[in-house]
Design a protein around this ligand. Sequence first.
Ligand SMILES: NC(=O)c1ccc[n+]([C@@H]2O[C@H](COP(=O)([O-])OP(=O)(O)OC[C@H]3O[C@@H](n4cnc5c(N)ncnc54)[C@H](O)[C@@H]3O)[C@@H](O)[C@H]2O)c1
Length: 364
Amino acid sequence: MARRPGPLEGLVGVEGGCPLRVLITGADGYIGSVLAPLLIARGHDVAGLDTGYFRDASLGASTDPAFPTLDKDLRRVTRDDMAGFDAVVHLAGLSNDALGQISRRVTYDVNHTGSVRLASLARDAGVPRFVYSSSCSVYGRSDRDVVDEQSPTDPQTDYAVCKVLDEREITDLATGAFSPTFLRNATAYGASPRMRFDLVVNDLAAAARTTGRIAMRSDGTPWRPIVHVLDICEAFAATLEAPRERIHNQVINVGRNDDNHQIRDIATCLAEVFPGCATSFGAADPDQRSYRVNFDRIGTVLPGFRCRWSLRPGAEQLRDFYEQVSLTAETYGFRAFTRQRQLRYLLDTGQIDEDFYWTGPGRR
Ligand SMILES: NC(=O)c1ccc[n+]([C@@H]2O[C@H](COP(=O)([O-])OP(=O)(O)OC[C@H]3O[C@@H](n4cnc5c(N)ncnc54)[C@H](O)[C@@H]3O)[C@@H](O)[C@H]2O)c1
């Protein structure tokens, strides 16, 4: 059985012993709330920026930021907000394939126009590194057996189209003084204080715990690459700490070759890890996204990096995490852990307007 890594095992420390001043956009999100403490533990000086759509809920560890956070919409960021940073890690956005269904227009406005503008401001402010959180969903429904960074993209959703457009336009901003890097993350899973139950492994594991059943409406045949949230965060850290010439304008898939799974195999693994859990499958899924991804390149560009987690120990971590926080069906069903539901709630209650700006006083 695969061994579970310790929380900070394998960290290599700050490159050249020099801490970086890092601005994390989306610091309050699923990945950001794991990344910020990880970078702080490595000696970096972290600041966050987030508009706070999902602050209604957290799970487990305290989410009180031990670092300064600017409460601001990324569409309203100014050049001065970016000044003085050595790097921006850009995580903020309407962050999953389904969110485009609420508003296509706002998805493009935030994820595409807002992201390219942010990169451009970072460059103008003299920030040398810009690490963009892209996604393996740019590969979409691929007819090829296994896709890699050289393969054509085939985005199937507005979310994924924005990722492709952002990569294309931000790459054009690269100069000798501005180095963007594009990390195409597999679908994340694993414990985070800002838990998301709209991610397949987290969701199925929560169903296993709270209902004792994984009842899939689909047949579970599509392939998805998955990656533990801690491995994503270590990939961001390794990118920040790598010599600039190594990561300048590079596209890198983040994940591991043996964590491409058919969703039904993920369900089966979880049913083994959660005692007494039953599984059932439905008909073929109308969601045709299916792809297997090759992750060889990350080990070449970032030689110190390798994913330390894989599905089985990651599933066991989720089981233990859900036990530790006493996850109930009520918590699993709470809107703020599922992005589409939380944004619909904020819209329906008038807390954000049709452009997804906060309506209340003092919110930016
Ligand atoms: N989680 C995954 O499986 C995964 C996989 C591949 C890529 N990514 C990418 O990584 C990034 C982070 O993902 P995540 O899972 O942490 O997402 P998340 O939704 O948990 O966090 C995103 C954060 O961005 C903030 N935000 C949204 N719109 C904003 C705006 N206009 N201005 C300021 N802040 C705003 C939200 O409040 C939230 O805290 C995203 O770009 C996502 O597309 C995620």
